[in-house]
Design a protein around this ligand. Sequence first.
Ligand code: PMP
Length: 300
Amino acid sequence: MSSQWIYMSGEYVKKEEAVVSVYDHGFLYGDGVFEGIRVYEGNIFKLDEHLNRLYDSAKSIMLEIPHSKEELEEIIAETVRRNQLETAYIRVVVSRGAGNLGLDPASCANPRLVVIAEALALFPKELYERGVRLASVSSRRNRPDVLPPQVKSLNYLNNILVKMEANQAGVDEALMLNDQGYVTEGSADNIFIVKNGTILTPPTYLGALEGITRNAIIDLAEEKGYKVKEQPFTRHDVYVADEVFLTGTAAEVIAVVEVDQRKVGDGKPGVVTNHLLSEFRKVTTTDGYKVYSKDQAHVS
Ligand code: PMP
């Protein structure tokens, strides 16, 4: 039996016993919302921002989270403590809950809340030194007026399909465009380009999640004196950029060194990207919610 504890709507259960109903509309229809969060050395990075996004996503799909933000904050912190973790990945899932086979959410009386915290397999250091390769894919980003990409819903098929296209192209990540050909994001990360010293990222209304890491990088870059603009751009702009990088909870800040077989800059992670990654790593252990108070023993 594993020693991992998972929070399931009011109780902590062992990983093997953490199961949900096949009638849960999260399972049947992808009806629900989620967050992926990181805790760095006992500091849950940007927990407030993640919770705000979770509650906004839930509000948008009229899903009531059965806790206040403060209560959920404590449940998340307690899940990390129960598992004696310091640096980890946290997954918070709120599904519509069990109902009948019809898709009408009215049959689902109780939303299901699950919090998983587990040790994180960090991306290998070599990947940050080498950078990643992208391919633009034929599947377009969900139109914001159909299924808003700003809602972090359990319906990730759009993202999964582009990830499969990237795999088929033999590259690390997909470059997703919207239906007008503007660049939106990767399958699970936001994109930035650097041109003549200015840092650009697409406005989220084009069809991108408002990434917590994206916003942290915009703040950090501005603080460090870079000019940052949220501005639409096309694949061409990515091809001719001096630097390209991706941001996300899992990826942190990672350089892109090739796009559609065109080398980005000199084909190595650029100076702005490396600078922002090192500045980002400085704030990950401070800017957030402390899981362990000073008098609580830390796990070594
Ligand atoms: N876009 C998508 C589609 C994602 O799933 C993620 C990961 N949550 C991101 C961007 C990056 O967002 P964040 O920095 O909040 O992890």
